[in-house]
Design a protein around this ligand. Structure first.
Ligand code: WTA
Length: 658
């Protein structure tokens, strides 16, 4: 394969023994009829009306799908709706005012509960404040907040007035924030004074300030006071206190702005194959319908549930499955600010127990950590309220899968291993928990209505058992519509490789490799592009490399992923310095510093290996694929085509000494 990353490295080669959905679950599941697959197939794309029907529309759509301008698809065109009205207002009208919408669990044991009525009040007041600050329909509002209730409140307030939000993960650096605000021409920012990380007060506002120094546009900033007296809360010009604004606009209501189904609901920046992050555009109708429908059909969410997706809202998982999906269905969504091991390693299970959580959705990295810590932690708590478990973000091997099934689910809860991406908007591959057999290590078949294909270089579907590129051969409602930075990049990133415009055949390429079995179950093997997935977070190796080469004295760098027990993949950096080999502590520190400044601590390499040269082809291309094999201790193929084959041995010797 021409791709740079190996396929299937350290991935489950075999799937575990299949398990049937527990009958107690099936009895009550939202979807139980296996006929749903045929029903969607026979009635495609109108089948997706089932998803649209979960929403309240101000004006009904003209048609389900418009595909004349593929790959620029339109879902439910002509329809009008407001996402905030769907996630909040309509639940008041249906008599659920006092039902809990958000249950917030703070880092230090603080708790807050927002009923749908409370959320309605908060969203209206803050929407009024945003308007007053000058935010108009279609202005991009950047939100740079940790996991506090003001984050979903700000998102929904934007949605209410038709201003797309761009949430930037709070742990990203000032530079990363500036790049995203610049790319989106965003003139409004919602941030906070700081937040607690492992007990310490951490200054978020200073990062936001530093980002603004790099921006040409003037920015109006709203600051949430999260830390009270722990950090001084001094506001400058064009800075507004969130709580002060809420008081000023207390009791105000704002009519939700009816948006076209295809109007942008939000932008989400994610790593792509180049250093520039991609601004993934999601729309109001298709995205919300898909997020709501998958919450219903895959996560089995019911309005009376207490549902917990233990992700961060700063990434797509939190957008779709902490905020939009569950709130559209009127359930109680749990939001947790802290980490799983603070104050102790049973923190999550204590929250499940105390809140009688019905559904729990997390990432394989977390499950691996729970497994390592030991089953005594969950065993301290009553987890019998749980009905369904989910995973997302990385492949899960049969061992952690079985551990999760046994120790968290007590063999009563089905597990959904959900494959999807920032770009797919919502789940696209997964079993239906009340219908399908589960195979530990395989995510499952495409959801009803999805046309998932694993293909080879020529576009032919591979045989069961073989691996290939994971592609999607038919549009779906939650799909990315374009990239904010341009339609051209949208086509090159996702469509050009496997589509044929002449025959009007469009195949979305996910950037992942996968294997498919005889039942159509997909085992995801990992990325095949310049993206690595560290603890379920997407990082661009190109972006990390450019942070490294920005350090004085560094000549060249190559960043690869190394399989890791704890993180799925670790960042492994090869660096050559100017003027020959020089493994200098100062350079090492400067590299880490630069990476943390450019991206954030999540991109910090676990290893930095200094080498006099990087292995290159005769045409001068760095052989990253080979370097990845070296980092992973793989057998190497023929290296004779290299211009400098001897360097490989030197690097291997160096690693051997580590
Ligand atoms: C990976 C997160 C295996 C995959 C929702 C994908 C997975 C990338 C799974 C998207 C899964 C996600 N099994 N791999 N169940 N789910 N991935 O955009 O490589 O942050 O392309 O979206 O995560 O990451 P993103």
């Amino acid at each position: 394969m021409a791709d740079r990353n190996g396929w299937g490295r350290d991935r489950p080669v075999l799937t575990g023994s299949p398990r049937s959905p527990p009958p107690s679950f099936v009895e009550q599941a939202n979807v139980t009829d296996p006929g749903i697959y045929d029903e969607f197939e026979e009635n495609w794309p109108e089948c997706w009306e089932q998803a649209a029907d979960l929403l309240s529309w101000d004006q009904s759509y003209e048609t389900v799908l418009r595909d004349e301008e593929a790959p620029f698809y339109q879902w439910f065109p002509g329809g009008k709706l407001n996402a905030a009205a769907n996630c909040v207002d309509r639940h008041l009208e249906s008599g659920r005012k006092t039902h809990t919408a958000i249950r917030w669990e703070g880092k230090h044991g603080e708790r807050k509960t927002y009923t749908y009525q409370d959320l309605y009040v908060a969203v209206n007041e803050f929407a009024a404040a945003l308007r007053d600050l000058g935010v108009e329909e279609d202005d991009v509002v950047t939100i740079y907040l940790p996991m506090i209730p003001e984050l979903p409140i700000a998102m929904l307030s934007c949605a209410r007035i038709g201003a797309p939000h761009s949430v930037v993960f709070a742990g990203l650096s000032a530079d990363a924030l500036a790049t995203r605000m610049d790319a989106a021409d965003s003139e409004y920012l919602v941030t906070c004074d700081g937040y607690y990380r492992r007990g310490d007060a951490f200054n978020q506002k200073s990062k936001a300030d530093n980002a603004q120094l790099k921006l040409e546009q003037d920015v109006r900033t709203v600051v949430v006071d999260r830390l009270g007296d722990d950090l001084p809360h001094v506001l400058g010009d064009d800075e507004y206190d969130y709580h002060g604004l809420r008081e000023t606009f207390a009791g105000e209501t704002i009519e939700p702005v009816p948006r076209d189904a295809e109007d942008m609901l939000f932008l989400m920046y994610t790593s792509g194959t180049t250093g520039e992050p991609k601004g993934v555009v999601h729309t109001t109708g298709g995205y919300l319908a898909h997020a709501a429908w998958t919450s219903h059909a895959v996560l089995d969410v019911k309005p009376e549930d207490t549902y917990w997706c233990a992700a961060d809202i700063g990434w797509i998982t939190g957008h779709s499955y902490i905020v939009y999906g569950p709130l559209a269905l009127g359930t109680t969504t749990v939001m947790y600010e802290g980490t799983p091991d603070y104050p102790d390693r049973d923190r999550l299970w204590e929250i499940v127990d105390r809140n009688a959580v019905d559904i729990f959705y997390t990432a394989p990295t977390a499950i691996q950590a729970f497994m390592k810590w030991g089953s005594e932690y969950p065993a301290r708590h009553d987890l019998s309220s749980l009905r369904l478990l989910g995973t997302v973000g990385e492949p899960i091997s049969p061992r952690p899968w079985n551990w999760y099934y046994e120790h968290i689910g007590n063999e009563r809860c089905p597990i959904v291993d959900t494959w999807w991406q920032t770009e797919t908007g919502a789940v696209t591959v997964s079993t239906l928990p009340g219908v399908s057999e589960m195979k530990p290590g395989a995510a499952g078949p495409g959801l009803p209505g999805m046309d998932i294909r694993v293909i080879d270089e020529s576009g032919t579907e591979v045989d069961p058992g073989d691996s290939g590129y994971l592609t999607i051969a038919r549009p779906w409602p939650g799909m990315v519509r374009t990239l904010y930075d341009g339609d051209e990049r949208f086509r090159t990133e996702y469509w050009d490789r496997f589509s044929d415009p002449d025959t009007d055949e469009w195949h979305y390429f996910s950037g992942d490799a996968a294997r498919v079995d005889e039942d159509g179950y997909i085992t995801v093997l990992g990325r095949v592009d310049d993206v690595i997935n560290v603890s379920g977070r997407r990082l661009s190796t190109t972006e990390i490399e450019s942070a490294i080469t920005g350090v004085a004295g560094v000549a060249e760098a190559a960043v690869v992923g190394r399989s890791s027990e704890t993180n799925g993949t670790d960042v492994y950096a090869y660096v050559s310095t100017e003027g020959g080999y020089d493994d200098d502590m100062a350079v090492r520190e400067a590299i880490i510093d630069n990476i943390e400044t450019a991206i954030g601590p999540i991109a910090r390499p676990t290893n930095i290996l200094f080498t006099p040269e990087l292995p290159k082809t005769r045409s001068g291309k760095i052989m990253r694929r080979l370097l990845e094999d070296v980092a992973n201790g793989e057998e190497l193929g023929d290296t004779s085509a290299l211009r400098n084959p001897e360097i490989v041995g030197e690097i291997q010797a160096e690693i051997g000494e580590e």
